[in-house]
Design a protein around this ligand. Structure first.
Ligand code: ATP
Length: 513
C-alpha cells in the first residue's frame, strides 16, 4: 500500500514539476479538487480529446458533433431526474469529522476481498505455469470460491439497498463489515444521508428576477434536448450518434484523488440513437468498440476490466464501466449505458414537444432508445500519465525517469538540440524547427550537456530528440534518439518528417483499434 501511495505522490509531483497540472488558484492555496492544466498538460489533454473525436466523429459517417452550452434551462434537470435523484449517499465519521461516500467505503472493502482472491490466483498461476487452468481454479479452490462469493454477496446487497433507497441498510452493512475510517481507524459513524451534487448559480441582473440555474453535471442532456434539431438539420437516419466534449460540474463529497475526482471536469460523451428493441446489440457493440479504443493506446490489456452494474441508474436497462488500474487500484474510467428512451420521453413530457423520429423503413414514429458512452477526459489523462511514468535502471546502473506516453498523445513530438551553442549548430537546429513545426509540436533546447537535455525530454514524454552536431555541417545528417529504447540513428534531415509522422500519426494508432 505504501508503495502505491508513493507512486501516486510521484505522479502528482511530476505533473507539477514538469508543467502538466497545477492546483487551481495556487497563490491562494488552491481550491479543493479543482486543477489547471499547464503548458504540457494542455497539449496532452488536447491530444486525448482529438484522439477520441477522430475515432468517434471523423471515422463514423453516422456520428456528428455538438457543442452545447454549459448553462441550460433549469427544467432540463427536473426532467432528467437530477434535481430529485442526483445524490450520493454520504456518511461522516464522528471522531475524525471526515466525510465519505458510504457506497465507496463498501465498494473498497469488496475490492480488497477481490484482491485477496486475485493474489491466490496469481500464486497458483506462477506455481503451475502453462498447465494452469484459471477458470477451473476459480471454481474449485475453496479459498478463492469463498472470497469471490463474499465479494458478490456484499456488492449485491449494496446494489439492492441503494436501489431501494434503503440508507439504513447501507449503514448496517458498514457496521456489519466493521469498516473503519481509512484515515483514522475509527468506527464511530453517523447515519447515511443523501447529498445533491449539482452546483447552483443564478441568471439575471436583479435579485428579484434572477432565475435559479445549475451548472450542468453531465454533458449528455445538451445532446438530448438537441436530438431533433440535429436529426432534422443533418438529415440523420437512426441509428446515428451525437458526440460532445465539454465541462461538467459536480459538488463531489469526497475529492481527494487528484484529477480522478474533480469538482469541475471534462467529459467526452456520445449518445447513439437506435430503434427500440435494438439497444442491447448496440450496447454490446459500443462496449467492445470503446474497449478497443482504449487498448489501441498500448497501456496494457491487463490494466482494463469491465464491471457490470448491479445497481442500475434510474434511466438505464444495462450499464457497465470500463475500469482502469489506477495507482490506487481498479476504478471507473468510462461508463457505457443503455439509457432506454428515458431522457427523450422525459423531455417530451416536461416540454410538451414531440421528440420523435419518423422511421421511413418501418413507416412509423417512435422515441429512439439511447446507448451512451461517457469517458472522463481528466481520468483518461490520469490513466495515461500515471501508467506512462516509469523509473528505469539503465545498463550502467544509473536511473532515469521516463514518461512513456503513447507517441500519438505526447505534448511535444520532437526536441531539436544543437550539440554546442556555436559553430552554426543553433542556426541549423532552428531551421529544422521551422520546417517541422508545420506538422508537429517541436521544441528547442540548448541549455546544459546533451545527456541532461535527453533526460529532461524523457521526463516530458517527448518521443524523439534530434541532435545537430559538427557532422551535420558536412553531410546534412543528424542523430535521432528514440525515447523508449534510447537507440540513436544517423539520418538525413530530409528524412525526419517521415520518421516522426510514422510514429505519431493518429491514423497509424487508430488503425490498431
Ligand atoms: P463515479 O462513480 O466515479 O462517481 P459516475 O458513475 O458518477 O462516476 P458518470 O456519471 O458515469 O460517472 O460519468 C461518466 C464519466 O465521467 C466517468 O466514467 C468518469 O470518467 C467521469 N467523471 C465523473 N465524475 C467525475 C469527476 N468528479 N471528476 C472527473 N471525472 C469524472
Amino acid at each position: 500500500m505504501a508503495k502505491q501511495e508513493d507512486i501516486f505522490k510521484n505522479v502528482v509531483s511530476h505533473a507539477k514539476e514538469y508543467g502538466f497540472i497545477f492546483p487551481s488558484s495556487e497563490v491562494y492555496d488552491g481550491l479543493s479538487a479543482v486543477y489547471d492544466y499547464a503548458q504540457n498538460g494542455v497539449e496532452l489533454k488536447k491530444n486525448i480529446r482529438e484522439y477520441w473525436w477522430k475515432s468517434m466523429v471523423q471515422m463514423n459517417e453516422n456520428i456528428v458533433g455538438l457543442d452545447a452550452a454549459i448553462l441550460m434551462h433549469p427544467t432540463t434537470w427536473k426532467a432528467s431526474g437530477h434535481v430529485d435523484a442526483f445524490n450520493d449517499p454520504l456518511i461522516d465519521n464522528k471522531d475524525s469529522k471526515k466525510r465519505y461516500r458510504a457506497d465507496v467505503l463498501v465498494e473498497d472493502f469488496a475490492e480488497k476481498i477481490h484482491q485477496k482472491a486475485q493474489k491466490e490466483i496469481d500464486k497458483a498461476k506462477a506455481r503451475f505455469g502453462d498447465a494452469f487452468n484459471e477458470q477451473e481454479f476459480i471454481t474449485t479452490n475453496a479459498r478463492v470460491v469463498e472470497y469471490l462469493a463474499r465479494e458478490k454477496e456484499i456488492r449485491e446487497r449494496l446494489g439492492r439497498s441503494l436501489g431501494n433507497g434503503d440508507l439504513e441498510d447501507v449503514k448496517a452493512l458498514i457496521e456489519e463489515l466493521e469498516i473503519a475510517d481509512p484515515e483514522t481507524g475509527s468506527r464511530n459513524w453517523t447515519d447515511v444521508k443523501q447529498f445533491n451534487l449539482m452546483f447552483g448559480t443564478k441568471l439575471g441582473a436583479s435579485a428579484e428576477n434572477a432565475m435559479d440555474l445549475y451548472l450542468r453535471p453531465e454533458t449528455a442532456q445538451g445532446i438530448f434536448v438537441n436530438f431533433l434539431n440535429v436529426q432534422k438539420s443533418g438529415r440523420m437516419k437512426v441509428p446515428f450518434g451525437i458526440a460532445q466534449t465539454g465541462k461538467a460540474f459536480r459538488n463531489e463529497i469526497v475529492a481527494r484523488q487528484f484529477i480522478f475526482r474533480m469538482r469541475e471536469f471534462e467529459q467526452m460523451e456520445m449518445q447513439f440513437f437506435v430503434r427500440p428493441g435494438e439497444e442491447m446489440q448496440w450496447y454490446e457493440h459500443w462496449k467492445q468498440t470503446r474497449l478497443n479504443w482504449h487498448l489501441s493506446l498500448g497501456l496494457g490489456k491487463e490494466n482494463y476490466r469491465f464491471h457490470d452494474h448491479e445497481k442500475l441508474a434510474h434511466y438505464a436497462n444495462a450499464a457497465a464501466d470500463i475500469e482502469f488500474n489506477f495507482p490506487f487500484g481498479f476504478k471507473e474510467l468510462e461508463g457505457i449505458h443503455s439509457r432506454t428512451d428515458f431522457d427523450l420521453k422525459a423531455h417530451e413530457q416536461y416540454s410538451g414537444r414531440k421528440l420523435q423520429y419518423f422511421d421511413p423503413e418501418l413507416n412509423e414514429n417512435y422515441v429512439p432508445y439511447v446507448v451512451e458512452t461517457s469517458v472522463g477526459l481528466d481520468r483518461m489523462f490520469l490513466a495515461v500519465f500515471a501508467t506512462s511514468l516509469q523509473e528505469e535502471t539503465l545498463e550502467d546502473g544509473s536511473e532515469r525517469t521516463v514518461l512513456k506516453l503513447p507517441a500519438v498523445l505526447a505534448p511535444t513530438k520532437a526536441a531539436v538540440l544543437p550539440l554546442v551553442k556555436k559553430d552554426g549548430l543553433p542556426e541549423i537546429s532552428k531551421k529544422i524547427i521551422e520546417d517541422l513545426k508545420w506538422d508537429f509540436n517541436v521544441s528547442y533546447d540548448e541549455k546544459d550537456a546533451v545527456g541532461r537535455r535527453y533526460r529532461r525530454q524523457d521526463a516530458l514524454g517527448t518521443p524523439f530528440c534530434i541532435t545537430v552536431d559538427h557532422q551535420t555541417l558536412e553531410d546534412e545528417t543528424v542523430t535521432i534518439r528514440h525515447r523508449d529504447t534510447m537507440k540513436q540513428d544517423r539520418v538525413k534531415i530530409s528524412e525526419l518528417r517521415g520518421i516522426i509522422e510514422n510514429e505519431v500519426s493518429m491514423k497509424n494508432w487508430l488503425m490498431k483499434m
